[in-house]
Design a protein around this ligand. Structure first.
Ligand SMILES: Cc1cc2nc3c(=O)[nH]c(=O)nc-3n(C[C@H](O)[C@H](O)[C@H](O)COP(=O)(O)OP(=O)(O)OC[C@H]3O[C@@H](n4cnc5c(N)ncnc54)[C@H](O)[C@@H]3O)c2cc1C
Length: 415
């Protein structure tokens, strides 16, 4: 086939960035085709039904303050179920609540008790957290993303947080979200994610994270998305697949960062990996809708969430789904290590838990250590565009924004 502007924009990858790009272009009346190598849409945001449980691919949450949600979704139809703000922090002295009394006044007393107990940090750390919250509330995301580009750990130390508070709270919480327990990610990302956590909720759609991907895909006719077709190479105005060549007016590479690097003949980078063990438990270790953080660095699991406390649909009636998330842990003994760790927390009850699945995700998020700058170039060659979380911020927001930004660049180029 010869290429011409009558050909569709061919989008390689049906993750959030590719789907967002496709939906924006289709909405603007441009012909599009999405070519996806795997057996389903959603990329890293997929959910599998296993024995009546809903297992996301790795523990993930949607931060309701992400600006792209309003722009690209019917939020009511996502049926979001929110975690309570804050966390329960597991220490050798027991579990301590660090809530957000500004959002949930009932958490004031337990949070004050935690501050006074000094089990998680000093009262001064709590004051510093409030001060940080105030600064983030007054600063817009574009400014935060242009802020000091130092490692998160260095930023926290220079703000005066004690190592106890960093290790017991920030490391398992933010390190868990950014798949970076070393807290080496740029403070620009840390500030942005923390602002989102403070200003909205952490939530999951009632029927699993994949609802997000499905709602985007519904904006494009189904026959335009081709599954199980790996793209082998791209050139200006065509992509090569096993059965031949697909001509394109423009090509959008919407894969993960390393596949994009391969297709563009550029060097790969080391991504952030993730592990997660999913358990079926007869009784939950807590009835709270709070994430439980490992305040002791007692094993590979940084945080535990009772998913069925947040959305009852995640488990069959009378059962409970536990996600034990182990950012950066890629070893084969994850299940065994997680069981040993959680037994040290909650005792023999863990023996009654059945393992549903162990996830090892090699490419969880792109590395966004300093020097880090989002909004990387969209058009890398004539008619060849790139989008994905590795071009903007390593998050659902970043992928959605990147897809839409890429689509707008294509639309602008045609004006
Ligand atoms: C365990 C885990 C936890 C996370 N936690 C959070 C969180 O709590 N909050 C948050 O905001 N973000 C989180 N993220 C990050 C978020 O999921 C990603 O940033 C986002 O989903 C990336 O979307 P994407 O479209 O850029 O890439 P992807 O989802 O990777 O999509 C790329 C698509 O391209 C396809 N593809 C690859 N190669 C080819 C090829 N050759 N031909 C055709 N198709 C190809 C892939 O199969 C895939 O479908 C987490 C990620 C993981 C893995």
């Amino acid at each position: 086939m010869r290429s011409s502007s009558d050909h569709p924009v061919v989008i390689v990858g049906a993750g959030l960035a590719g789907l967002s790009c496709a939906a924006t272009l289709h909405g603007a009346g441009l012909p599009v085709v999405v070519i996806e190598s795997s057996d389903g849409i959603g990329g890293r945001v997929r959910t599998d039904e296993v024995d009546g449980f809903l297992l996301d691919r790795g523990f993930q949450v949607l931060l309701t303050a992400y600006p792209e949600l309003e722009r690209q979704f019917n939020i009511d139809a996502l049926e979001l179920e929110a975690f309570d703000p804050g966390a329960l922090i597991h220490t050798e002295r027991g579990e301590f609540e660090l809530g957000d009394p500004l959002k949930q006044p009932s958490s004031l007393t337990p949070t004050l008790r935690t501050a006074l107990s000094q089990a998680v940090g000093s009262p001064g750390d709590f004051v510093r957290l409030l001060t940080l919250r105030y600064r983030l509330a007054r600063t817009g995301v574009p400014t935060l993303l242009r802020g000091p580009d130092v490692a998160t750990i260095d930023a926290l130390v220079s703000l005066g947080f004690s190592s106890t508070f960093i290790n017991r709270f920030f490391r398992p919480l933010v390190g868990g979200i950014q798949l970076d327990l070393g807290l080496n990610t740029s403070a620009r990302m840390f500030d942005t994610i923390l602002k989102m956590l403070f200003s909205g909720s952490a939530a999951v759609p009632r029927h699993g994270m994949q609802t997000i991907s499905q709602q985007l895909a519904q904006q494009i006719p189904e026959h335009l998305i081709h599954l199980q077709v790996p793209v082998r190479s791209v050139s200006s105005q065509a992509v090569r697949v096993d059965s031949g060549e697909i001509s394109a007016s423009s090509v959008v590479i919407a894969t993960d960062g390393n596949t994009a690097a391969d297709l563009l003949d550029q060097p790969r980078t080391t991504p952030r990996s993730a592990g997660c063990v999913w358990f079926d438990a007869p009784e939950p270790p807590t009835k709270r809708r709070l994430i439980v953080l490992d305040g002791e660095r007692s094993g590979p699991v940084a945080n535990v969430a009772v998913m069925s406390n947040v959305s009852s649909r995640y488990a069959p009636p009378g059962r409970h789904l536990i996600a034990a998330a182990a950012p950066g842990y890629g070893k084969a003994d994850l299940e065994q290590q997680a069981r040993a760790q959680l037994t040290s927390w909650w005792g023999k009850a863990i023996d009654g838990w059945t393992t549903l699945r162990v996830d090892h995700i090699a490419y969880g998020q792109p590395d966004q250590s300093p020097a880090f700058s989002p909004k990387r170039t969209v058009e890398v060659k004539e008619h060849v565009f790139v989008c994905g979380d590795h071009r903007d911020t390593g998050s659902i927001q970043g992928a959605l924004y990147s897809g839409r930004r890429c689509a707008n660049a294509i639309l602008n180029a045609r004006k």
